[in-house]
Design a protein around this ligand. Structure first.
Ligand code: ATP
Length: 243
């Protein structure tokens, strides 16, 4: 028998007052995967990201982690202790604090002492572009959007996650910086971390991930392998809402 997926949504449903944002999402993420959940504005990507991170409870269905039901564990801190990190849309960094201060905050509550925090800092900096390393004492607000996204990734890594969920990593970035962000994610995956990106920019994500799922109006419409020659066509169909 194959091992349980690292994380799995089973018939997940989510209703905000009056709006059924997700209906019946089934999504299994095996350990080691780099997956993109792609879809248009309002499709339900951010909602799914928050639910998979355990940052809020679904109004229906179950969330499984390593084969165990963790639906009831959802709360403000999410599943950080279980090794799940969320990088929310808009990054939510502390602009007035330095790069290093933001990074250190990422280790907060993960049980890392001084020596371990220093080790993790070195690992996080190793993934970052030179400009960020050099500017570790600069206020984050003075960095470019791409540099800030790198800091957001670094901050998530400070908790030593097994799974990183990233909502719209390329939002507002110039194309060259988007590639830099994805190259960083690819390096992270190569180091053994499982990654799920939630993206509107499907074609770009497809260059880096191994699997994708198309979400539209709260449902997964298509799934595929990025290497599949039909992947782009599948994406196009998904975006047109074809069933
Ligand atoms: P975007 O790319 O625009 O962020 P998305 O794919 O991430 O879109 P969600 O933000 O998950 O989509 O939204 C899915 C649906 O749920 C939309 O119809 C949205 O208006 C609705 N929604 C999201 N958050 C809330 C909320 N807090 N209260 C009410 N409705 C919400």
């Amino acid at each position: 028998p194959s091992p349980s997926p690292l994380i799995e949504a089973q018939r997940i449903e989510h209703r905000y007052e009056g709006v059924l944002a997700l209906h019946g999402i089934d999504l299994a993420v095996p350990a080691g995967t780099f997956l993109a959940v792609v879809g248009p504005n309002g499709a339900g990507k951010s909602t799914l990201a928050l639910l998979l991170a355990g940052a809020m409870s679904p109004t229906g269905g179950r969330l499984m982690l390593d084969g165990a039901d963790v639906t009831a564990r959802a709360g403000r801190r999410g599943l950080v202790e279980a090794g799940v990190a969320l990088i929310p849309e808009g990054r939510r960094l502390f602009g007035q604090l330095s790069v290093q201060e933001n990074l250190v905050l990422g280790a907060f509550g993960s049980g890392a002492g001084r020596a371990e925090t220093a080790r993790r800092l070195a690992e996080a900096y190793a993934l970052m572009p030179e400009a960020v390393r050099q500017g570790k004492d600069r206020a984050v607000a003075t960095l470019s959007g791409g540099e800030q996204q790198m800091v957001a990734i670094g901050r998530a890594l400070m908790a030593k996650p097994r799974l990183v969920l990233i909502d719209e990593p390329s939002l507002g970035l110039a194309p060259i910086l988007i590639d830099k962000v994805y190259e960083t994610l690819a390096a992270l995956r190569a180091s053994g971390v499982t990654i799920v990106v939630f993206e509107q920019l499907a074609v770009k994500a497809l260059q880096y991930v191994d699997r994708f799922a198309v979400i539209d109006r709260g449902e997964i419409r298509h799934r595929g392998l990025a290497a599949d020659p039909d992947a782009r066509e599948t994406l196009r169909m998904g975006y047109m809402g074809a069933d």
